[in-house]
Ligand binder design. Structure first.
Ligand code: NAD
Ligand code: IPM
Ligand code: MN
Length: 357
C-alpha cells in the first residue's frame, strides 16, 4: 500500500527526533512492502522564520490532503516575545482545530527495563509496572475559550475562559469508554466540579455516557487529588479522561512516573480519519542540536499511526518490539540513563532501532 504523510519537523529537537523516526518508518515500509510518501511542511518557529507566520495555509492544505501527520515539536525562546503576537505554539493549536482533532490519546506505559528511571518506590510500581492511557480533550476548554484584556482597579487584566459544551464532553467520553472496553474496563474522569461550573456539566455528561457502558467502572476525581493519586497509587488508573489543560498537565506527570517524557507518544484523532502523531514532549531547547534527545517517543508515535490510521497491527508491533529490544540490550539516552547501561545519542538510538527491527 501507498500512504501519504505530512511531516512537520518543527523546532528545537524536532528535526533530530523526526529524522530518526522516519528512518524507522522507511524500514517498516521495506520490510512489510509499503510505500510511505512524505511531504514536508512548515509550522511553528521554523515557519515564522521562513514565511513570517506560524501556520501557513499550505501546511493546513497539505495536512488535510494527507493520510496522517507526523509532528516533532514546536516552540523555543527565540520566538517567545514576538511583537506580532504570533507564537509557534499557535500553529499546533491551529492544526488541531483545523483537522478537528478533539481526542488526544496519550498512553503512559512503563517499560520493565526502565524501572530504574521511575522515581517511585518499587512497592508503588508493583510487579507488573504502570499502564495508563490519558484521553485528553484537545479542541475545547480554556485553550479555545474567549480571551481578552483591559484595565481596571487592579491595573491591566487579561482573561481566558474555560467552556465545555455537552457535545464536546460526550464525544471525548465515548472515546474513553471505548478504549477502556478494550483494556481494563475502568474510566476515571478528572475535573474540578467542586469549583467550576463547566466541570459540573462535564461530570453530568460523562455520567450520562456511562449508562451506555455498564461493563465499565467509572469514578470521578478532582484534578488536584488526581495529581496526587498518580504519584501515591498510579496502579488504580486504567483510562483517565479529562479536559484540555488538566490533560496536558497530568500527561506530563504520568510520563515521568513511567520513566521519562522522552518515551511518551500521542495520537490526536477526530471524526475525519486523519490523525496527527507526535511525542507529548516539547522542543527541549536545552538539548537541541546536541544529539541528546530521546527519539523513542516519536518512534512510538509512529507505531500509533500504523495502528490507528493505517490499521497495520503487525507493523506497529514490530516497531514497539524493536524499542523493547533496544532497551533490553541496555541502550539509553540521557533522560533514561541508569547505572550499568550504555549512554547513546539520538542518531545511535535510531540506528539501534533499525538493527532490531
Ligand atoms: P519540553 O518538553 O520541551 O522539555 C522539558 C524537559 O524535558 C527538558 O529538560 C528537556 O530537555 C526534556 N526533554 C523533552 N523531550 C525530551 C526528549 N525527547 N529526550 C530527552 N529529554 C527531553 O518542555 P518545555 O521546556 O516546557 O518547553 C520547551 C518548548 O517546547 C516551549 O516553547 C513549549 O511551548 C514547547 N512545547 C511544544 C510541544 C509540542 O510541540 N507538542 C509540547 C510541549 C512544549
Ligand atoms: C502539548 C503541548 C501543547 C499543549 C502546547 C505546546 C501548545 O504542551 O502538546 O502537550 O499544551 O497542548
Ligand atoms: Mn504539554
Amino acid at each position: 500500500m501507498n500512504y501519504n504523510i505530512a511531516v512537520i519537523k518543527g523546532d528545537g529537537i524536532g528535526p533530530d527526533i523526526v529524522d530518526q523516526a522516519l528512518l524507522v518508518l522507511d524500514q517498516v515500509g521495506e520490510k512489510f512492502g509499503h510505500t510511505f510518501n512524505y511531504t514536508e511542511v512548515l509550522a511553528g518557529g521554523a515557519a515564522i522564520d521562513a514565511v513570517g507566520h506560524s501556520l501557513p495555509d499550505e501546511t493546513v492544505t497539505v495536512c488535510k490532503a494527507s493520510d496522517a501527520v507526523i509532528l516533532g515539536a514546536v516552540g523555543g525562546p527565540k520566538w517567545d516575545s514576538l511583537t506580532s503576537g504570533d507564537r509557534p505554539e499557535k500553529a499546533l493549536l491551529g492544526l488541531r482545530a483545523a483537522l478537528g482533532l478533539f481526542a488526544n490519546i496519550r498512553p503512559a506505559i512503563m517499560y520493565n527495563e526502565l524501572r530504574d528511571a521511575c522515581p517511585l518506590k518499587d512497592r508503588i510500581i508493583g510487579e507488573d509496572g504502570i499502564d495508563i492511557v490519558v484521553v485528553r480533550e484537545l479542541t475545547g476548554g480554556i485553550y479555545f475559550g474567549d480571551r481578552g484584556h483591559g484595565f481596571g482597579d487592579m491595573g491591566e487584566y487579561m482573561y481566558d475562559t474555560m467552556k465545555y459544551s455537552e457535545k464536546e464532553v460526550e464525544r471525548i467520553a465515548i472515546r474513553a469508554f471505548e478504549i477502556a472496553r478494550k483494556r481494563n474496563k475502568k474510566v476515571t474522569s478528572v475535573d474540578k466540579a467542586n469549583v467550576l461550573d463547566n466541570s459540573k456539566l462535564w461530570r453530568k455528561v460523562v455520567e450520562k455516557v456511562a449508562l451506555d457502558y455498564p461493563d465499565i467502572e467509572l469514578n470521578h476525581l478532582y484534578v488536584d487529588n488526581a495529581a496526587m493519586q498518580l504519584v501515591i497509587n498510579p496502579k488504580q488508573f486504567d483510562v483517565i479522561v479529562t479536559g484540555n489543560m488538566f490533560g496536558d498537565i497530568l500527561s506530563d506527570e504520568a510520563s515521568m512516573i513511567t520513566g521519562s517524557i522522552g518515551m511518551l507518544p500521542s495520537a490526536s484523532l477526530g471524526e475525519s480519519g486523519i490523525g496527527m502523531y507526535e511525542p507529548i514532549h516539547g522542543s527541549a531547547p536545552d538539548i537541541a542540536g546536541q544529539d541528546k534527545a530521546n527519539p523513542i517517543a516519536t518512534v512510538l508515535s509512529i507505531a500509533m499511526m500504523l495502528r490507528y490510521s493505517f490499521n497495520l497491527e503487525a507493523e506497529a508491533d514490530a516497531v514497539e518490539n524493536a524499542v523493547a529490544k533496544v532497551l533490553e540490550a541496555g541502550n539509553r539516552t540521557g533522560d533514561i540513563m541508569s547505572d550499568g547501561c550504555t549512554l547513546v545519542g539520538t542518531k545511535k538510538m535510531g540506528a539501534l532501532l533499525l538493527e532490531h527491527l
